[in-house]
Design a binder for this molecule. Sequence first.
Ligand code: NAI
Length: 462
Amino acid sequence: MASYDVIIIGSGPGGYVSAIRCAQLGLKTACVEGRETLGGTCLNVGCIPSKALLHATEMLHEAEHNFADMGLKGKTPSVDWDAMLAYKDKTVGQNTGGIEFLFKKNKVDWLKGWGSIPAAGKVKVGDEVHEAKNIIIATGSEPSPLKGVEVDEETVVTSTGALKLKKIPKSLVVIGGGVIGLELGSVYARLGAEVTVVEYLDGITPGQDAEIARQFQKLLTKQGMKFVLGAAVQGVEVKNKKATVTYKMRKDDSEDSITAETVLLSTGRKPFTDGLGLSDLGVKMAERGQIEIDGAYKTSVDGIYAIGDAVAGPMLAHKAEDEGMAVAEGLAGQKPHVNYDVIPSVIYTHPEVASVGMTEEVLKKAERKYKVGKFPFMGNARAKANHSGDGLVKILADAETDRILGAHIVGPMAGDLIHEICVAMEFGAAAEDLARTCHAHPTYSEAVREAALACGDGAIHA
Ligand code: NAI
């Protein structure tokens, strides 16, 4: 048994970042993790492995579609699936190993095993009970089940199974046109699978600025992905290693079905808090299974805190990281603050989609007066040279003050470009501030400046 200032349960981006920050601030810290490697869902079976497959297949797509045009002639690479999976696993290993190194460097103890909280101030791992002045729950989330759909992680998979399929399927049905479905769907589409996305709503990526979502869907359709919208999936039946997905069209209740080699269930995730013993402790939970917290991330029980996917808010690694740092700083007596109005979100398809702040739909609903500045990547010299002219930057600014209220990008490196706007929003900048900032030529970021110029007297290259 050991005694700590802080024990964090879970080593995903929320947990491990929090552990490092606690240790940096002088707190004696341990982190409980039951997996063989640190890093949680994100590093092991989420963000990182999916990005490796996205990158590899994007390179393939470039070779197949754009190499000849650039004078790069010759045989297009063929796919060695096992080698591609090995590259993905190597990437994961480098990242999870990196966290282990950082734990050692910062003197964070890794308590190996699954943790539970027998009482406030105590964390049980295996047969040992450790003492902790403060406990931070950072246990993340797991895929939500869907009625009528039984996941076997071979024919019917969640994102976890989709990252290690035994072979590339000829056909894939994706249930749910959200982030996971579109990222992994586009991986397999680029590898030659016929991919059909069945989505309940009338558009993909709910919550996204509708104009950007429509553009994005057009681009994915151009890449060969098919969409059945307004369709509620009723169930999946597996026979002879083929899966038939039945769905009901919401507009007229008509039923239809589609058969494929593999089905990906990606209809959202839910907090993972099983086995912690929270109900016995009296920790209050919200209706959708999230742990209730106050402004300082404290649960209804003194000394127990919670962050990341296990609490309310967007289920994003970087939101969890920010909360992980904030809770650590709070415990160390600082006065941290997370600005929930400026949390970017990115879909790592090709092109990428990135957004921050309010969408046009939200502004309309709030009856805010706003102006829109848009700029297509077709007008950006660098994008044209790089076969990346698809997409646009859209900036929304207050009609009177010109303050930036939101930005939405579909296009090359959107996930990196968005941060210029995040920083501007953190400083309460006006669109004119961005427009008057010199941007190097030729870069994709000039498209951001042009959209900012379009909020004023007009873009130059449109
Ligand atoms: P999601 O919430 O993004 O999308 C789920 C989709 O499934 C929605 O469009 C919903 O309308 C649809 N749906 C629900 N029930 C349905 C039914 N019966 N039939 C047809 N469609 C149905 O969830 P997703 O993609 O599973 O991702 C889970 C979480 O993981 C999200 O919160 C996401 O933010 C996070 N994530 C983030 C990534 C990123 O930031 N790049 C990458 C992967 C995951």
